[in-house]
Ligand binder design. Structure first.
Ligand code: ZN
Length: 331
């Protein structure tokens, strides 16, 4: 008698069916706009070396006096010189892709501050600020329009309808693209349906623009909503993301494992690692990140070894961290 086969409970890694008009395939994306929308991204990827991203925006804004609870995106309007100086720090450190200061720049999150009618102004200005700074530094760095989570949980678990989420993300993407970004970077997502809505929103505005998507794997190797690295890379590539990976989370050690797991099920995806500078610790009601630049630089080599080709830092990472990563990866 054979022993009963043990079936491990593992969530399906099959992506949901794709609506071809909402999620154009590779050929269609490259053909859109004569390929112009993703040309700078494709050129950077073709250079075939490890691409250095930037570090934290929030950490640097707090260091410059942003108060906890205040919307960081307003500083694009009220303190553009500070935002530009932060971008410049990352450009000087060697970042080749930088993100706009628009993480919470969607209608839903801005409504917490009565700013829901200023999505276009805030996002477009942020894109112009970063674009100007990148140009001033020689113009080689790519400007990524940063889109973070909506701030609400999608139905049926929460109250936000999928279609409304698509509208919210499309509105933000439209403003970023109007501001001249080279690509869109959707980040810190936990819910696969929400990131799907964000991709659909971006594609409604621009079928061809390059798209980086990263989720946060901070709960026992999964996202807070239970998404595994395998599920993420499988679904996000089916939905037409040009690069896929993890950002934020509990520090570089956990993210190395995430990258390994993504690579194990997908040989071809361009993988992205943007780790926090260690596990956040609460000290005097402030998040403190203890990984120093040298530790992050050593971790960057592990990320690259695991398959990541776009590497930067998230919360707690400063230009010093990025500079250490850039010089270690180059050496
Ligand atoms: Zn972070």
């Amino acid at each position: 008698m054979t022993r009963p086969r043990r079936v491990l409970h593992s969530p399906s890694t099959e992506p949901e069916p794709v609506d071809p008009s909402a999620f154009p395939g590779l050929e269609e994306r490259r053909g859109a706009d004569g390929g112009a929308a993703s040309e700078r991204w494709r050129n950077l990827v073709a250079s075939n070396s490890t691409i250095i991203a930037d570090g934290a925006m929030g950490t640097m804004l707090f260091a410059n006096g942003l108060m906890f609870g205040d919307p960081p995106e307003v500083w694009n309007l009220s303190k553009p010189d500070v935002v530009r100086r932060i971008h410049r720090g990352y450009l000087d450190a060697g970042s080749q892709i930088l993100m706009t200061n628009t993480f919470g720049g969607n209608r839903m999150r801005l409504s917490l501050h009565g700013l829901q009618d200023r999505v276009a102004e805030i996002n477009q200005t942020a894109a112009i600020l970063l674009g100007n700074e990148a140009d001033a530094a020689g113009g080689d760095a790519l400007v990524a329009g940063d889109i973070g989570p909506s701030g609400a949980i999608l139905a049926p678990t929460g109250t936000l309808d999928y279609d409304e989420a698509v509208d919210i993300f499309a509105e933000q993407a439209a403003a970023l693209i109007a501001g001249g970004v080279d690509l869109i970077w959707i980040e810190t997502m936990s819910d696969l349906r929400e990131i799907k809505a964000a991709i659909e929103g971006v594609r409604r505005i621009s079928p061809g623009i390059a798209l980086i998507t990263t989720m946060t794997f901070d709960t026992r190797g999964h996202t807070m909503m239970g998404v595994s690295p395998e599920q993420a890379v499988t679904s996000l590539s089916a939905w037409g993301a040009d690069a896929i990976g993890g950002n934020c989370g509990n520090g570089p050690d956990e993210l190395v494992t995430v990258i390994e797991r993504m690579r194990a099920v997908n040989r071809d995806a361009i993988l992205v690692a943007k780790s926090n500078a260690g596990m956040p610790e609460l000290v005097d009601m402030q998040a403190v990140y203890r990984s120093d630049p040298d530790t992050m630089a050593a971790a960057a080599l592990l990320m690259r070894g695991a398959g990541a080709s776009v590497i930067g830092g998230c919360c707690g990472s400063t230009p010093e961290h990025v500079q250490a990563i850039a010089s270690r990866v180059a050496g």
